[in-house]
Design a protein around this ligand. Sequence first.
Ligand SMILES: Cc1cc2nc3c(=O)[nH]c(=O)nc-3n(C[C@H](O)[C@H](O)[C@H](O)COP(=O)(O)O)c2cc1C
Length: 341
Amino acid sequence: MLTSWSDNRFTAAFSLSTPIALAPMALATGGTLAAACARAGAMALVGGGYGDLEWTRREYRTAATLLKGDQACLSRLGCGFISWKLAEDQSALDWLLDQPQKPAAVMLSFGDPAPVARILQSHSIPLICQIQTMAQLPEAIDAGADVIVAQGTEAGGHGMNDLQGRSTFTLVPEIADRLAGQSPDTLLLAAGGVADGRGLAAALMLGADGALVGSRLWATQESLAAEKAKEITRLAAGDDTARSRVFDILRQKNWPEPFDFRAIRNELHRKWEDRVASLEADPVPAVQDYLDGVAKEDYSRAHITVGQAIGLIDDLPPAAEVIAKIDQGARKLLQGRGPAE
Ligand SMILES: Cc1cc2nc3c(=O)[nH]c(=O)nc-3n(C[C@H](O)[C@H](O)[C@H](O)COP(=O)(O)O)c2cc1C
């Protein structure tokens, strides 16, 4: 019977007290949220996202300052970046590598991890690679990933499009089996839809060593998401999101195929979701509409980046409460002590 996480490989490898990692959510996972999660015993990855130097520097410093003097918590602090964007501008990563406290890990998603992997190896910084398909696994293993994150299409934010994407429920055990045969020391986290103790327990039962949690920790007091957006999400159901390229076109983000984006399926999304080719051919009027929505905080037009797990979210507590509840719920289930709550 499981009584503690002492035999969990992820907690042991990174000195965590729970097998949870805070997802590096661009513009949402700032320093305050990261510090709260590190204090709660989780791995805390600041949302370096598109590699904006000023943003990353400010938020990473905020976390480091909040955790100052607490070496155990500081050793859980890391950062995540979008690989294809780092290839255009690596200044935020370079800044991070210059910091006196080595990051606990750097997470790379969406693109070839190899070039940055070599740099991280030369600094002895653990690499976390987020992937979405079996086809991407050899690249991550060859890059020397210490941790693979298997991201299902339920996840909020960017991920694999519906044509090629996989659900968390089948992707995690398939990767777990492959790793067991080919790279048994590589750890595995599940991402996409984990928002409570059931999700974490399920991830562990499917063969993962832990879970990377995004949407549930987005909907907390410390997240940098707009309060109005959080409140809309709290009231929404799991059916209320969709994956598409609509918001990437409206945001003019230039995302490469085959990635797209899950967010709340609002009015502007519905207007264009069946006409993506037309939107791409002539985006200007729709972009104006979108930008006006952003300026007015009108979420029938501005996007809210969350995943299907929002159907499991009905409160906006401090992050530490969320982590404790997920952790305790999973322990209870895994110990056969009945339902999570
Ligand atoms: C608001 C938001 C922003 C995100 N930004 C990033 C990002 O910049 N880089 C990244 O690797 N993943 C990003 N993700 C995806 C997460 O890494 C993770 O895969 C996802 O949140 C897990 O699914 P969940 O939202 O159901 O927990 C983002 C997710 C959300 C919700």
